[in-house]
Design a binder for this molecule. Sequence first.
Ligand code: SF4
Ligand code: SF4
Length: 389
Amino acid sequence: MSNRVDPNLLLELKEYGAVNTEACFNCGTCTAMCPLTSDAHPFPRNMIRLTQLGLKDRLLQSTDPWLCYYCGDCTTTCPRGAEPAETMMATRRWLTAQYDRTGRAAKLYTKETAVLSTIIRMSLLTLVLLIIYHAVTGFDNIITDRVVLNAFAPVMWVWAFVLLHFAYLGYHVLSSSLFMVKQVMQSTVEKYGQIPLSVYAQEFKTFITHYFTQKRWRDCDDAQAETRWRKHLFLVSGYVIMLALIVVFLWWFQTDKIYPIYHPQRWLGYYATVALAYASIEMLVGRRRKKEQLHRFSHPSDWLFPTFLLTGAITGILVHIFRYAGWAWPTYIIYVIHVMAMVAMLDTEVGVGKWTHMIYRPLAIYLETVKERVEQEQIAPDLVPAGTD
Ligand code: SF4
Ligand code: SF4
């Protein structure tokens, strides 16, 4: 394991939102208070120590920041006001930037101008593609005496664009995740040799379980943990449904047919919209009020994701209302704004922003399960000799 020292690590983490980390004198009270810590993972104290010592590679190889669920208990008991929960949060942002080898995540986290230019660029790209489509097929194809959304933005073209965009984003997420796997598993591989793929495959259920349930959140023992977990589950369920409707079922979801009120196309859309609107408003109001520990400090990226979600929900509701009212131009204009916002959101969040915790948290828990199994059974040396590829 590398012990390379980077004296600027603490300053670097401040750019990602760390507050007063230097005040920590390593008493360990925070770790004693943390409901999620363990002997093998004595965070947040160990993370703060690595940060203060500038041990960048050790931080990069750790999963501990992803095992913290940001309850804030550690911060309320810190005798030095060193804000350990904020250091954990900043470390997660920093890790996201490190996993992303393109450097985009680092820019988006540390430069507001990069966020703005990405939003403008991706929004304009969407608009230009739509204008090119109508310039080629003829603007008179736009029907304005009634709402025909699929004449204005044909679903198969929109779907093709969505699939291409998701293929690009999926590649990005996959390559960043593989880099994380390589870093996290490095010490285990050095000790026991290459880990057979069958071990990864057998434990993959851990990733799936934690991806969909985030159930570790319930292990926090503060009074609000269960409520926060339920709200988060509601948000995730809405997000996953909306993702499935757009990526897999857009041909079915974006239709000019008005379905009866009991039709699943309507209720799935309503459920996802309510979940996204409720969760995003709650997040934004909480950050504005700053009453809860976890809302006292907000990095710009904490505002961006819920703002995008709320924009998507509101414009989606407006498209729905205008379409049912039969107002052609208002429907088309709000639809374009909706798509522009969603494309910009995907490019500033998926693989590079706050969205990434949906992948890296369950991935960290999964990798720790794999490591534990390898260490307990010590199967790797028997199956594959150390030092071989
Ligand atoms: S962050 Fe605070 S509670 Fe934790 S070790 Fe440092 S001084 Fe102690
Ligand atoms: S925020 Fe909560 S879960 Fe995270 S380190 Fe502090 S006490 Fe532990």
